[in-house]
Design a protein around this ligand. Structure first.
Ligand SMILES: [Zn+2]
Ligand SMILES: [Zn+2]
Ligand SMILES: [Zn+2]
Length: 331
């Protein structure tokens, strides 16, 4: 039995695939199955928590845009393989070309050396599904999955009577192959989750599993109703925003230097992931919640819709005139 560190309840999305835009790419794959598999792997490999959303993000939400972009990547790398799979006779395990039916030996090897792998399941012409393989048992011909059609549930695929049976659905898959697109394309930085602090009114991230010190004392107190997302592509919004590794708040520093004032004393410190200094864009128009402003004193982004919130520098934040808009979604 080979396992990876991927835990479905912890690392998988908490909503199901299936409520997104309908026409994606050249094939009727199950909506954003490739996007969700690639993205879940991005979060896992970056060591960032997946968003807490329990409903699929609406069209135009940064997370949805990211999943959609990843879906296109997945199709780009696999559409010709799907064609091969669909046009082949019913594959016999271990006999057919690896292009059509993957081998358990190969799966086992790469699961133990690389961790979770994106896999494509295929049935009849027109039916394909991307999942994440997270473990396998060669002797039992069983593959453990994160399947984006069954959020928060462990499931598997077992080879029995010439077909691959899914433990949670009646679909009988003819076969599967490994999708090396994520491997080729590399891991991308997926959208971070942000929360509004009810005490200091700052926008703070929960993606790194830290709460961070609050301008109002103690730790931030997250509003649990809304989860916020910033634009996920480099050509969107005003760039130059950073996340502070001490207080987890978003603050403005185009140069990437430590600046402003942190609730944890001294300047905010921009966070890096690996060797990459993190940078974010913030919109000033479009969908989302208005009335977000930069504080002239601490350089943090805060919501000025109900008072100005607490700032360690001036008692309350002092708003600069420019207004920003931040996309949000009910959890
Ligand atoms: Zn706070
Ligand atoms: Zn800070
Ligand atoms: Zn301030």
């Amino acid at each position: 039995m080979t396992t990876t560190k991927f835990e479905v309840k912890k690392h998988g999305f908490h909503f199901d695939n299936g409520t997104f835009r309908t026409s994606v790419g050249p094939f009727p794959c199950s909506v954003l199955c490739g996007g969700m598999s690639y993205s879940a792997l991005d979060y896992f490999k970056c060591g960032i928590r997946v968003p807490e959303l329990t409903k699929a993000p609406a069209e135009g939400n940064p997370l949805e845009k990211y999943l959609y972009r990843r879906q296109m990547t997945a199709h780009y790398y696999t559409w010709h393989l799907f064609l091969a799979a669909w046009s082949a006779p019913i594959p016999l395990l271990g006999v057919t070309s690896s292009l059509v039916q993957g081998s358990m030996k190969e799966l086992d090897y790469y699961l133990s050396s690389e961790g979770p792998l994106v896999m494509c399941l295929f049935e009849n012409m027109g039916t394909g599904h991307h999942v994440l393989a997270i473990g396998c048992d060669k002797a039992k011909q069983r593959i453990e999955l994160y399947d984006n059609n069954h959020h928060d549930r462990n499931c598997n695929l077992t080879y029995k009577n010439g077909i691959w049976q899914h433990s949670l659905s009646s679909t009988k898959w003819k076969g599967w192959f490994l999708d090396w697109g994520h491997y080729t394309d590399g891991t991308r930085l997926p959208p971070l989750s942000w929360r509004f602090c009810k005490k200091c009114h700052s926008l703070v991230t929960t993606s790194f599993g830290q709460t961070g010190k609050c301008h109002a004392g103690g730790s931030h107190s997250h509003n649990l109703v809304f989860e916020y997302f910033l634009p996920c592509f480099v050509n969107e919004g005003e760039r130059g925003w950073r996340v502070c590794s001490k207080c987890q708040a978003l603050f403005y520093s185009p140069s990437g230097q430590a600046t402003g004032w942190c609730a944890d004393s001294n300047n905010h410190t921009p966070m890096s992931l690996g060797k990459q200094l993190l940078e974010f864009g913030v919109d000033s128009s479009g969908q989302g919640e208005k009335k977000w402003h930069m504080c002239k004193l601490c350089f943090g982004l805060f919501w000025a819709g109900s008072g100005n919130g607490t700032c360690t520098v001036g008692g309350t934040h002092e708003r600069s005139s420019k207004q920003y808009v931040v996309a949000h979604r009910t959890v």
